[in-house]
Design a protein. Structure first.
Length: 317
């Protein structure tokens, strides 16, 4: 078990310094693995301070609200708030962008999608727990826009759409198809370059590092993310991309590497699934002697040996 996994249930250490987790000492993902949430928080404050964002009222407010909304959320490999910090840190450290609206939106990028009712309550004091999800999102967006209009627009842009259901409770459209279309449309929209940049950072933490996801969810996400890579690769070098010229090549190659690794994992998973299905069939047949005898008899009847069989004794394979 890594330090990262251990730190999920451990109290925050008080002896982590900026020097220990700074960019000169540790790579971003190594901080998460070695020092957990506490180390990421120290790294976040140091990076924000370095780029004169720590004193930004909007950024500090967004960070506090994002942490509060996701305080009880966990991923398979860590706290959800770790994800919020990494998405923001990537924008600054790896993309070389320190736009306060994008950084504030990074801490809130899943707020409208995952916690619209809580966000609306925090901003308005009104209990909207009884309204449907689509209405809750609209209320949360309007409330956030009154506080931070540009940030609210970015957060809404990167939120995955709600897929309606028919009268029988089935989705009217395949979720993966809808997700892919929404992502492609966002990344190709020349008026939404900043939103595309944040979506890219979110994708790189989720997809390029999906090998860190634990359990069966990793297989499901690989299938989902492989379909998205093309849109992100095109966005990096698109005319409206907010990715600085000096950062584009590294990001492009990181995406290519992530796609190659995901494809290899997917191929391996498919082979293992096929092997498991055959093992299951063999095991099922082995537990059913009558079925085995019937199959053996059927095979024997097709052979060249026409001599009568003695069916009083089972035929051993």
């Amino acid at each position: 078990m890594s330090h990262y996994e251990q730190n999920i249930s451990r109290e925050t250490p008080q002896d982590i310094t900026r020097e220990m987790v700074g960019r000169d000492s540790e790579k971003l993902y190594d901080v998460a693995d070695k020092f957990g949430t506490a180390g990421l928080y120290v790294r976040t404050e140091a990076t924000l301070d370095e780029h004169e964002l720590l004193d930004s009222t909007d950024v500090r407010w967004a960070m506090s609200v994002g942490f509060a909304l996701h305080s009880a959320d966990v991923r398979t490999n860590g706290r959800y708030n770790d994800h919020l910090m990494i998405v923001g840190l990537q924008v600054i450290e790896n993309f070389n962008v320190a736009n306060p609206d994008i950084i504030a939106a990074a801490f809130l990028h899943d707020a409208i999608e995952d916690h619209p009712k809580d966000l609306a309550f925090m901003l308005t004091g009104e209990d909207i727990s009884e309204v449907d999800d689509a209405t809750a999102r609209e209320i949360a967006y309007v409330a956030l826009r009154e506080k931070l209009p540009r940030v609210a627009d970015i957060v809404l842009d990167v939120s995955n759409p709600i897929i309606p259901k028919d009268e029988e409770g089935n989705y009217v459209e395949d979720k993966l198809v809808a997700y892919t279309r929404h992502t492609t449309e966002l990344l190709e929209d020349p008026t939404k370059g900043k939103s595309g940049l944040l979506k890219l950072s979110d994708f790189m933490h989720n997809a390029v590092n999906n090998h860190l996801t634990i359990g069966e969810k990793r297989k499901k996400l690989d299938k989902k993310y492989i379909m998205q890579y093309d849109a992100y690769l095109r966005y990096v070098y698109s005319p409206h991309s907010e990715v600085p010229e000096e950062s584009r090549q590294d990001i492009y190659y990181a995406l290519i590497d992530g796609l190659e690794r995901a494809t290899l994992r997917r191929e391996k998973d498919e082979l293992e699934d096929k092997r498991d299905r055959w093992r299951s069939r063999i095991a099922s047949a082995a537990m059913s002697p009558k079925r085995l005898l019937k199959r053996v008899s059927k095979i024997g009847s097709k052979g060249t040996d026409s001599s009568p069989r003695d069916d009083t004794e089972p035929q051993h394979l």
